[in-house]
Design a protein around this ligand. Structure first.
Ligand code: HEC
Ligand code: HEC
Length: 259
């Protein structure tokens, strides 16, 4: 019996203890570096829901490790510097999130899809699977990029996450992280407002709400206003009932990209 005890203690020190250390370290690293965007349990928020069985962009541990090191260029997902041991502990922890059954967004996704196309008129501004408007960002894989809580806020307070200004190199970052609403007045008094599509030192391209694309030389414009933090998307707080909101969020969360 005594021999068994010693043997167990040795096993604990050799095998179980390092594993527990790694799990604890992984959790602590996650809380510091990842939870602000991915939620305390990886349920998603500004960042993707990580408590899923398959991560589309991190199918194996090597890919997950690389994403942590380099981030996902063109998105808000940042590069995070850490030691190889810390990286490994974090990979193991993120994988463990996918094994616990997370609470899925409640609601009826099929009804959400119907509301998207009818009452919400969302397709007027958003493309899903090739069809729809282009004023707002494409939503074909929105369920892999944002968590349910964020999606809900996007519907209730569209301006909550629109950047107030933008410091990083603009050409590499896509909307909505780089969304800018602009208003221009031409020399002959014509007013145009819409989303900035492209801009350089001398010119700017703008897409208006009826999907018309304009290109101006800046020295031709009498006025150019950049409304950082503004969104043309209306709040749906008074449009949808609570259960309709849940259905829409369930539908958006189900959009996982081209299969
Ligand atoms: C500033 C916010 C932010 C932080 C901090 C952040 N992420 Fe992300 N992460 C995102 C966003 C946004 C996406 C979705 C990017 C896109 O649009 O494709 C993402 C995507 C991912 C993906 C891809 C998910 C998939 O579906 O394949 C993984 C994995 C990931 N993050 C892990 C992490 C880990 C681990 C950390 C901590 C080291 C972390 N992220 C920190 C915002 C963040
Ligand atoms: C008048 C055009 C317009 C309409 C109508 C509209 N949106 Fe948007 N939406 C936008 C624009 C522009 C953005 C980017 C700026 C922002 O975040 O508000 C956006 C952002 C979003 C985002 C955040 C995307 C991300 O990756 O952060 C979601 C989700 C969204 N819309 C869903 C919807 C749904 C669902 C509806 C219908 C109920 C809808 N939108 C109706 C223009 C619109």
């Amino acid at each position: 019996m005594r021999k068994g005890y010693v043997w167990n203690a040795a096993l604990w020190v050799l095998l179980v203890h390092p594993a527990l250390w790694a799990a604890g370290a992984g959790e602590a690293l996650f809380r510091t570096h990842c939870a602000p965007c991915h939620g305390p349990k990886g349920e998603g928020g500004r960042g993707a829901d990580l408590a899923v069985r398959r991560l589309p962009r991190a199918p194996d541990d090597a890919a997950l490790s690389a994403i942590i090191t380099t981030g996902i260029p063109g998105t808000q997902m940042p590069a995070t510097r850490m030691t190889a041991e810390e990286n490994a502990a974090l990979v193991a922890y993120v994988r463990s999130l996918g094994r616990t059954q997370a609470v899925r967004a409640p609601g009826d996704a099929a009804n959400g899809k119907r509301l998207f196309q009818t009452k919400g008129n969302c397709a007027g501004c958003h493309t899903v699977g090739g069809a729809g408007g282009r004023l707002g960002p494409e939503l074909t894989d929105i369920g892999t990029r944002r968590g349910p809580a964020y999606l809900r806020t996007a519907l209730l307070e569209p301006e909550a996450e629109v950047p107030e200004n933008f410091a990083s190199y603009r050409k590499l970052i896509y909307t909505p992280d780089n969304f800018l609403w602009v208003r221009a007045v031409t020399a002959d008094g014509k007013q145009v407002s819409g989303a900035r599509v492209d801009e350089d030192t001398f010119s700017i391209q703008i897409r208006d709400a009826s999907d018309r694309l304009y290109s101006f030389r800046k020295d031709e414009l009498r006025e150019l206003h950049k409304d950082w933090g503004k969104s043309p998307m209306p709040s749906y707080r008074s449009v949808f009932s609570e259960s309709e909101l849940q259905d829409l969020v369930a539908y958006l969360a189900s959009l996982q990209g081209p299969s």
